[in-house]
Design a protein around this ligand. Structure first.
Ligand code: HEM
Length: 292
């Protein structure tokens, strides 16, 4: 009870505030989660939009509604470009005044603007109308070398292929995927791409190890003159690495390789079997004359 200004006693009115409780909120959340859990798998498996003919979603197959919407919003990039057959692509070699197309790692590019390289009289016309990914890193431009198969290459070669792909993506118009070694007729990735991805990741790992290794065993300085022949030597700066030790020049053989490079080796690693003293050079000399 409270008393008003004019002295009348009135019952207090308790002001109540209605807001959704935490449990109500959680209940609605649960409904949304269950709804999505039912909807998303169905959407992904059956691609509802495929059932509606007005949407031309030829590839990839089973495009889901939510993916389509995410694409419209620009949050997901969809590749709905053409899937090429080898036969179709083989016509784009510039023979009959047609455009020039090449495929690398299963991605087809319009290279017509690079006519001087790829045209009929260009030095690289043999790359047109096909996927010859392997030849990009082997340099084997014979018929048996101009193939898409990229297995059993060196890890470095896969990085080389990645560089080529990046060049085409930067310089030329991407026009679709080739049904072959890298993609199937639905534009889905095949074993060939897995070989590529694995090779690239191995190549990147090797590159990091190589970088570590060249810090640990920097290359030697070297100089050739007609009077002195070739000399290799170590100093506090060599191979682009500056350090607080000098090291001794050694032939550095990597496991399984017959070729070697000259490395400046810190005395704590001198017993490592990968290092060989230059013939005729004192093991503790910091400069060696190369005799062969
Ligand atoms: C594995 C070996 C090689 C491959 C696969 C290869 C491939 C190519 C390709 C595809 C292009 C055109 C790039 C573009 O579209 O912009 C090109 C350009 C060129 N290549 Fe090669 N090449 C190889 C080796 C060589 C060698 C050994 C030389 C030098 C003797 C050379 C000299 C050139 C030159 C001068 C250009 C033109 C660059 C320009 O005008 O932008 N290539 N190469």
């Amino acid at each position: 009870m409270y008393t008003t200004e004019d002295g009348i006693q009135r019952p207090s009115v308790k002001k109540t505030y209605t807001c959704p409780t935490l449990s109500t909120f959680l209940f609605y959340c649960a409904i949304v989660v269950v709804g999505l859990a039912i909807y998303l798998p169905i959407d992904m498996n059956y691609g509802f939009l495929h059932l509606i003919k007005q949407f031309d979603l030829s590839s990839p197959k089973n495009l889901s509604f939510h993916t389509y919407m995410l694409n419209k919003l620009g949050w997901v990039k969809l590749d709905n470009t053409k899937i090429w057959s080898k036969e179709e692509l083989s016509k784009f070699t510039g023979d009959v005044g047609e455009d020039l197309y090449i495929s690398i790692l299963g991605k087809v590019f319009d290279v017509s603007k690079g006519y001087k390289h790829y045209g009929k009289d260009g030095a690289y016309n043999f790359f047109t109308g096909k996927d010859a990914s392997r030849a990009f890193v082997t340099g084997d431009f014979s018929d048996s070398g101009l193939v898409e198969n990229i297995d059993n290459l060196n890890p470095d070669d896969y990085l080389g292929l990645l560089n080529w792909l990046e060049l085409y993506e930067k310089e030329y118009k991407y026009v679709g995927k080739l049904n072959g070694y890298f993609y199937d007729s639905e534009g889905m990735e095949k074993e060939g791409l897995k070989i590529f991805y694995d090779g690239v990741s191995k190549g990147k790992k090797n590159k990091l190890l190589d970088e570590e290794e060249s810090k640990l065993f920097p290359s030697c300085n070297s100089k050739w003159t007609p009077e002195t022949g070739t000399n290799v030597w170590c100093a506090k700066i060599s191979g682009g690495i500056s350090r607080d030790w000098i090291g001794f020049p050694r032939q550095f053989f990597k496991p399984g390789q017959t070729s070697y490079r000259c490395a400046c080796v810190n005395e704590k690693y001198l017993n490592d079997p990968r290092f060989k003293v230059y013939t005729g050079c004192d093991p503790y000399a910091t400069i060696c004359k190369i005799s062969d």
